[in-house]
Structures are given as C-alpha cells and as structure tokens.
Design a protein around this ligand. Sequence first.
Ligand code: 5GP
Ligand code: MN
Ligand code: MN
Length: 328
Amino acid sequence: SAAVEAVRGLTPGPGGDEVQLICHVSPDGDALGSMLGFALALHARGITRLRATFPGDFELPTPYQDMPGTELLVPEAEAFPAPQLVMTFDVAAESRLGELVRLLEAPCVVVLDHHASNTRFGRVNLVDPRAAATSVVVDGLLSRLGFPLDPRIAECLYIALATDTGSFKFDMTTPEVHELAARLIATGISPGDISRRIFDSKPFGAMKLTSEVLERATLDRAAAGGRGMVWTYATQDDLARHDQRPYVLDTLIDPVRSVAEADVAVVIKESPGGDWAVSLRSKGAVDVSRLAVSLGGGGHRLAAGFTGRGSPAEVAATVRSRLEANLI
Ligand code: 5GP
Ligand code: MN
Ligand code: MN
C-alpha cells in the first residue's frame, strides 16, 4: 500500500530522512501508545532522525510517563521544521493538532486512525473505523512492513489497545483484538503490572476531586427520548483545589458512564482557555459521534467529544436538544 511505500522509501541513518510523528491534543493511551510503538519500531529499523510530539504543553499524563519510547518525545516547539514524512496517530481531524497543523504541509503525510469521523486530511489515509484502536492499524502496518514486535513496542500497543477498549470491555472487543493482545503478551510484557500502572494508580486528591464531581451530577431521565442522560462538570478550580493535573478530568467519564438509568453520559470539562471539552458516551442506541460532529467535534459512535461554550448547564442543554434530533 501507499503507507508501506512511504515508510520503505525512507533513507535510514544519521544523514537520512527526517520523520515527524504526531498525535492528538490531550493525548490518551491510544494516541501515545500507537505513536510511540511505531516510533520504536522505526527506530529499531535504523530510522533514527525521528521525533514524536503532541500539541500543547509538554506535559504527559502521569499514567503514561513511564511508557516505552518517551525518550523519542520532544516538545512541540522542537518538532522538525520541514520533515520529509509526517505521520499522525489517532487524529480524527486537523482541529485536533493545534499549532502542529503546520506540519501537514510536509511532502508526505500519512494518517493512521480509526475514527469513523476522520476527515482524511493526509496524502495517505490508513483509517479503519472497525479497528478498536489506532494501535490495531499500526500493528497491521508493522506486519506489512515486516517490522517485528519487541516487548517495548508491544507494551505501547497493549496500553493503546487496553485504553481504547476499556480494558477489553467495549463493543469493539473482537476476536482480532484478543488475538492482537495475545501476540503482544507473548513478547513477555506483564498485563497486570501495566493495568495497575495505567488504570489503578490514582492520587488520593484525584479520588477526592472525583467524589465532588460525582456529587454534582444530574440525572435527566426524560432526555434522549426517555433513554436518559447523566451529566456533570469539572473546572480548572477543582483541579487547583485538589492540586491535580489536567488529565485527571479525562478519567471522570468512566464512573459517570456506568449509571444504569442513562443511555448517554456527559462530562463537561473546563479547558485552561475557559471553554469546555465535552466528553460524550453512549450505551448503544444513540450515535454520539453524529451529535458531536453536529457541534463541531467528532469521535466514535459510542464515544465522542466537542468543544462547548457558555455555562455547564447551557452546554448540557445544547446536548439535550441535539439528542432529540439525533436518535436512530
Ligand atoms: P474523550 O471524551 O475521551 O476525550 O474523547 C472521546 C472520543 O471523541 C475520542 O475518540 C476523541 O478522539 C474524540 N473527540 C473528543 N473531543 C473531540 C473534539 O473536540 N473533536 C473531535 N474531532 N473529536 C473529539
Ligand atoms: Mn484518542
Ligand atoms: Mn483511539
């Protein structure tokens, strides 16, 4: 395929081609894991003029600080100014790249992703909406390139897969997902250690913050044609009072989406700039990706997001009114 040719065409070594890997803003386990897993595989094949980065402050969520390959990460200001090849990981749209959108002027841009809403902004677009994570797409490309897995690459891809499948619980958890997980574990990585580090290591302050945010949740049983919506919000002040880092807000959707009386869960998270990053989750009947796209965002059918403005109650009301129009 064109992606295989783009990678095979690279000149390796210290005088070789420059390759810039990028992932989406507020990177999650799939964004970082698929990017760093591929970075390590390229590096092992002699593509050493290689940098990986993500938009915004150079601050990794604590759970991902020990991920293999972080030594290849640079702050966005240190991205190559004019790389021969740019590859994007888990990036659904140019709007998810912040300042790094300038890199899309590179002679070759390869997009690796699994969002149905992907806008195909690359020259080569390897987008598989049936893939549970971008790391599944990465694994496919590595196989076609003949690049072998090693334990460090496998750990990155495993973290990506475990994150995006909710630890192998979500609908996308196919036989292929378990087959990939089996191949990754067979390299010798430890799923127990990885899961403890990624999912079960929250600071005490994060628990207290979560408790406050859950306390202010609202259950709207009539929303979504009676299917129900539960929503809450979290502010920068919540983070400051509990001395917590921004990524903690991204973990709040998990307890909220477990509410039985609501098919749709919404967490409205204040951004440092003052607007709101809105996380949407559906249990099945409602396509929250369509809803998010109609509000300028994107995502998957059952997990999506957009940028909201106004008060949290206003953002929730906007979602509620869109839900009436978006039921399938
Ligand atoms: P999360 O709620 O975990 O931040 O995001 C859920 C899904 O929706 C992810 O796949 C993410 O890429 C996508 N998503 C979240 N916010 C946005 C947004 O503002 N724009 C787009 N295009 N996708 C988003
Ligand atoms: Mn992601
Ligand atoms: Mn993903």
